[in-house]
Ligand binder design. Sequence first.
Ligand code: PMV
Length: 350
Amino acid sequence: MSEIYRSTTTAPVNIAVIKYWGKRDPKLNLPTNSSLSVTLSQADLRTLTTASCSPTYPTGDTLLINGQSQDVSGARTQACFHALRELRKDIEYEKPEVPRLSHFPLHIVSENNFPTAAGLASSAAGFAALVRAIADLYELPTDPTELSRIARQGSGSACRSLFGGYVGWERGTRMDGKDSMAFQVAPASHWPDMRALILVVSAAKKGVSSTTGMQTTVATSTLFPMRPKEVVPRRMKEMAKAITDKDFETFAKVTMMDSNSFHASCLDTYPPIFYLNDVSRAAIKAVEVINAAAGKIIAAYTFDAGPNAVIYYLAEHEAAIAGLFKAILGDKDGWENERGAAIQANAAAV
Ligand code: PMV
């Protein structure tokens, strides 16, 4: 018998407006602070993943991302495989008639429809899709909250990609991480006209990985402790209210301030971490020019662990924002590169 069991799923990218930065437990990927993000539309930026297993596969799990074989021996990937296998074993124990899939090697094949190493949260969509594909393959209960606890162990931000719309990640207080999981603040349909313009400033792999960066920031920055202590808890409340009230100005202001705070902590790290470059700073200026011209805040920038800008705005300002960005940044290096000028994504459209 050469039966192959297979399941395919997709997971979208999410971009945080309140940033996760800092681990209180690096092994379980428990964060020092809660965070909040917007899940982008599957149509724009997503990972497509097929998980399969078979008794006929050669020994050893494999993972292919965009056709390239990946090392699966890392603790993160292993933690996800292990947690999912354990849940499958429970089913196999209770129902001896089901095939013993937990014992078969896993083959995971994943493809991104965006540059993998461009700092576009590829690990978030990647681990979310990996966990859901295996959960479907194993016929596990696919409650996104439960899966978010597992995906978190692959990549922290991945836990938020299991929900659409506006998504929080509760830091939790337990040592075992059972209360550190994602939750939906509001579905995409609550505020469907949110848009995200992603400026691919550089498609190069980031200089300092988020894991290394976080550890060094936690260990050395004097600014950082303010974030988990008071800055982020206050902003989590402000942001959730702004989303509930569809108050774009507050949403935008808090988004920009939190990005600034995160990058200030990076600069305050020793040795310093610089994720922003001159084009990133030009994008910040452009947003300031747009908002000044409008006489109110109609655009918000945010940057993850890399120079690429994500600009949030409402659909009604599409022409003003996308048009002005092109006009202001059109002559700068990095605005147009071989990957095209920018990726324009529908935010919160899932
Ligand atoms: O999920 P990680 O470990 O790659 O960390 C992501 C950290 C940021 O993207 C900078 C912020 C966030 O909340 O997504």
